[in-house]
Design a protein around this ligand. Structure first.
Ligand code: 5GP
Ligand code: ZN
Length: 135
């Protein structure tokens, strides 16, 4: 099976991982909508939430940990959790993933969620270092 996120989980494709546990891997999105935009991905290959599995439940602790990490380390004031399911809903990588999107006061609200942020895209290595430094 040719799956980008399975390849990232296997270590065959590089990614800026910020958290991992038994069930999930979390890494910075390569084209962030906002600073710290992260994807939380189940280790098990599941296409989407419509495929019967416990994947979404299994990755709940990782979603919570990553949410706290982003708020604490980046000073985010809030965040969005989003799952796109199937192409019609905007899914482009067909391995279930939760977008964890930190939000900051200068770009508030739902309408600002998807604004691509080139500045955030240009500081991925610095962000990765900040988010993985020992606390
Ligand atoms: P979807 O539209 O499927 O919900 O989201 C897929 C996400 O994966 C997009 O936000 C996209 O930027 C991200 N993405 C695509 N390819 C890569 C990659 O090679 N590495 C990383 N870190 N993110 C990727
Ligand atoms: Zn996969």
């Amino acid at each position: 099976m040719d799956c980008l996120f399975c390849a990232i989980i296997a270590g065959d494709v590089p990614a800026r991982q910020i958290h991992a546990d038994e069930h999930a891997v979390a890494f910075l999105d390569i084209a962030p909508w906002h600073r710290g935009h992260t994807l939380v991905v189940p280790r098990q290959h599941v296409a989407d939430v419509l495929e019967p599995s416990t994947a979404l439940i299994d990755i709940a602790p990782a979603i919570e940990t990553v949410s706290r990490l982003l708020v604490d380390r980046l000073g985010a004031e809030g965040l969005n959790l989003l799952v796109n399911n199937r192409a019609v809903a905007g899914q482009e990588v067909f391995h279930l993933h939760v977008h964890v999107v930190p939000r900051f006061g200068e770009h508030p609200g739902m309408r600002g969620l998807f604004a691509p942020d080139p500045a955030a895209g240009g500081e991925l290595d610095a962000l990765h270092a900040l988010l993985t430094a020992a606390s």
